[in-house]
Design a protein around this ligand. Structure first.
Ligand code: APR
Length: 237
């Protein structure tokens, strides 16, 4: 379905009590943060396993830190877009709302969203590899700390964060909205199954079809900054 005829009568037909939203890189694309899978398997010119795996970090911690230092610096140049802002409005107008994001940027926080599960970690946090201490860090990690600290990002082959909370909220929601993710990476892509088991209405918002589009009750194709505010308006009238 395109944006033009996307009135799903959500408020009229349903009275949702428990909303879960899953976001991916597509929601931040219009803020200027590049998505992953439109770059020929490279992430800002790097092989993904070199910069996003424990093996890559062991091999070359300087490269990994310099890569994430640049990503962290980029956060100062971007701002939340209307899709992030609309989700904050949705949270304010809902009794039960959970936002699950695969994104490591802080645009949901800066839009004002409160209950956020960063299942793949956060750019603005680093972790001490000996003690496990995690701290907020908005600056560049200096070279003297390259061995002792690592970005608090979930790399390929590592456990995602908040999985108990995420299973619990997706298994009990009555509306599940998936925004701007290619649905290529699990367990995030599989969360729609939990929602469906609970007979939740499932809506996918994306620029294009994904490999899991057929699992959703509604698929709306368009830019997140246009589509998300329209869906939120239907839920909050
Ligand atoms: N509006 C809506 N959707 C968009 C927009 C937009 N403006 N721009 C891009 N998209 C969609 C693309 O069509 C694609 O389906 O966003 C999706 C982005 O897909 P990916 O780049 O694969 O990002 P994501 O699904 O978040 O990746 C998941 O993979 O590399 C790992 O850990 C990384 O969290 C990431 C995970």
């Amino acid at each position: 379905m395109g944006i033009q005829n996307m009135n799903l009568d959500l408020k009229q037909k349903y009275n949702f009590k428990n909303i879960v939203v899953l976001t991916g890189a597509g929601i931040s694309a219009e803020s200027g943060i590049k998505t992953f899978r439109d770059q020929n398997g490279l992430w800002e010119g790097h092989n993904i396993t070199d910069v996003a795996s424990p093996f890559g970090f062991e091999k070359n911690p300087s490269l990994v830190h310099e890569f994430y230092n640049l990503r962290r610096e980029q956060l100062f140049e971007v701002s939340p877009n209307p899709a992030h802002l609309a989700l904050e409005k949705l949270e304010r107008n809902c009794d039960s709302f959970h936002l699950i994001t695969q994104n490591v940027d802080d645009l949901h926080e800066r839009a004002g969203s409160k209950k956020i599960y960063h299942m793949h970690g956060e750019l603005r946090k680093i972790k001490n590899i000996q003690t496990g201490e995690v701290k907020y860090f908005e600056e560049q990690v200096p070279p003297k700390d390259y061995i002792l600290w690592r970005p608090d990002i979930v790399w390929f082959g590592e456990q995602v964060k908040y999985m108990d909370e995420i299973i619990s909220c997706t298994s009990s929601c009555d509306l599940f909205i998936c925004i701007g993710t290619s649905n290529n990476v699990y367990p995030a892509a599989g969360l729609v199954h939990n929602a469906k088991k609970n007979s939740a209405v499932c809506i996918e918002l994306n620029l294009e079809e994904t490999q899991l589009s057929s699992l959703y009750d509604h698929n709306i194709y368009g830019a997140a900054s246009e589509v998300v505010p329209k869906i939120v308006a239907q839920l909050t009238v």
